[in-house]
Design a protein around this ligand. Structure first.
Ligand SMILES: [Zn+2]
Ligand SMILES: [Zn+2]
Length: 152
């Protein structure tokens, strides 16, 4: 028997070249990247198109290890913005206007979700909260609040 909790830093040592390449792409992009865009970016970098299955496997590994997260609403992957416990719930604030994504954790939410899932006897596989809206910059930008209010 062994404990299965793997901290992100320790996991980084288990990176194969394919996993490392996928993580590098996400880190450089610093924004959500879809699986097919990932394949294109890897092809640009290596001059050779990787097989989709190997890219999906690499992404799956990064997700399992907490090195990256999947944004369901964008069908895309994003590098983990900061170090936190592998299973800790993360909140993504996703700007509809500029596409900026910021990652946060919240101790109150972590406690609340743990209590909620425990009382439901539910074993969560994902712990990601996605909140869409306007980032601070876009919300403050003058004349940029035309969303849903096209008067002209
Ligand atoms: Zn994270
Ligand atoms: Zn924005």
């Amino acid at each position: 028997m062994s404990t299965k909790r793997v901290a992100p830093r320790a996991a980084a040592r288990g990176l194969t070249p394919a996993r490392r390449a996928a993580l590098d792409i996400l880190t450089k992009a610093n924004r959500p990247v879809g699986a097919y865009e990932m394949i294109d970016l890897l092809a640009d970098e290596k001059g050779k198109r990787p097989a989709p299955i190997s890219v999906y496997r690499a992404l799956g590994y990064l997700l399992d290890q907490g090195l990256a997260h999947r944004l369901a609403s964008r069908n895309a992957f994003v590098v983990c913005g900061h170090s936190h416990e592998a299973g800790e719930p993360v909140i993504f604030l996703i700007c509809d206007e500029c596409g900026e994504v910021s990652e946060a954790t919240c101790p109150e939410l972590t406690r609340g979700l743990a209590a909620l899932t425990a009382s439901a006897g539910f074993e969560p596989r994902t712990r990601v909260v996605e909140i869409a809206g306007l980032c601070g910059r876009c919300a403050a930008a003058p004349g940029k609040d035309g969303r849903g209010a096209l008067v002209e």
